[in-house]
Design a protein around this ligand. Structure first.
Ligand code: B12
Length: 229
């Protein structure tokens, strides 16, 4: 059986009620290591669910008012609840970017949307810049009738100055990758107030997708989770 594209449109509509967007998808080629679908057999297709800018934020805050303040990783918990309900309606298995062992969300996103990594490792989107993320994925037991994948311009190719590699006070991002420990020590330390309150300075230095930049309180929320503040 091949699932129709109209189902994909219905899923997109169900997600948009929560400020979430469908980030494309693809049929697994077979042969690769594929996670299981609802039946327990290897899934045949995947749809990625994510966000552009901070669109889910008001929905998440409303949900949080009705929750105990001690819920661990509340944004993850909200995402699992909302995406899990959509999966149930449409006969899919929902997975999360924080499920262990980690699923290759960024590789999936590169295949689904044709995106490439920025120098920071975060994928660069032609419209949203660095201000987007993945909140889950839907795994199906059947293939989906996908249309053509569009060619995507990789904005970093034309960016000569690369301000994203020049704004971190401790040069956490370099050609050698991301110096996680150096970043954490700075963010947690005396001189890390700007990162704690406004988010990663390198990420904020990117000139693209400025209209989707997360507001400071959202960046501070993610920084608390990232740095265990
Ligand atoms: C572990 C992890 C981290 C670790 C990385 C440790 C390491 N050296 O591997 C740490 C904690 C450092 C990290 C940090 C961040 N991360 Co992170 N992370 C993940 C996670 C949960 C698993 C990565 C993984 O191992 N996947 C398994 C492999 C097999 O999958 P993959 O697709 O092949 O993985 C690729 C990436 O891991 C990438 N990669 C490797 N190292 C790093 C480091 C960074 C900073 C990034 C962004 C990518 C990256 O290379 C892999 C090969 O293509 C993913 C979610 C996921 N399931 O993928 C998010 C994920 C990659 N992170 C993400 C983000 C946004 C960040 C942050 C920028 C923001 C934040 N969460 O606070 C920070 C950066 C720090 C900062 N200064 O702001 C997003 C990226 C979204 C995008 N637009 O591309 C993801 C997809 C989560 C999501 N919900 O969307 N992250």
């Amino acid at each position: 059986m091949i699932l129709e594209r109209s189902m994909v449109e219905d899923i997109a509509a169900a997600l948009s009620a929560h400020g979430l967007i469908l980030r494309g998808g693809f049929n697994f080629a077979g042969g690769e290591e594929t996670p299981s679908g609802l039946s327990g057999a290897a899934a045949r297709s995947v749809l990625l669910v994510g966000q552009a800018g901070a669109a889910p934020w008001p929905h998440f805050l409303r949900w949080r008012e009705g929750q105990s303040q001690t819920v661990a990783d509340p944004f993850d918990a909200w995402s699992r609840e909302v995406i899990g309900a959509v999966a149930k309606t449409f006969g899919a298995r929902a997975v999360s970017p924080s499920d262990r062992p980690y699923l290759p969300f960024q590789q999936w996103a590169m295949q689904a949307e044709g995106l490439k990594p920025s120098p920071l490792g975060i994928l660069m989107h032609p419209q949203y810049g660095l201000w987007h993320a993945y909140r889950g994925a839907l795994l199906f037991d059947d293939e989906i009738a996908f249309g053509e994948t569009r060619e995507v311009v990789h904005l970093c190719d034309a960016c000569v100055d690369k301000p994203c590699l020049k704004s971190c006070p401790v040069d956490a991002y370099s050609a050698d990758g991301f110096a996680h420990g150096t970043c954490l020590a700075h963010v947690r330390g005396h001189n890390g107030a700007a990162c704690r309150t406004g988010g990663c300075l390198d990420r904020n230095a990117c000139p693209y997708g400025a209209a989707y930049r997360y507001p400071p309180q959202v960046q501070a929320f993610h920084m608390v989770a990232f740095a265990g503040l």
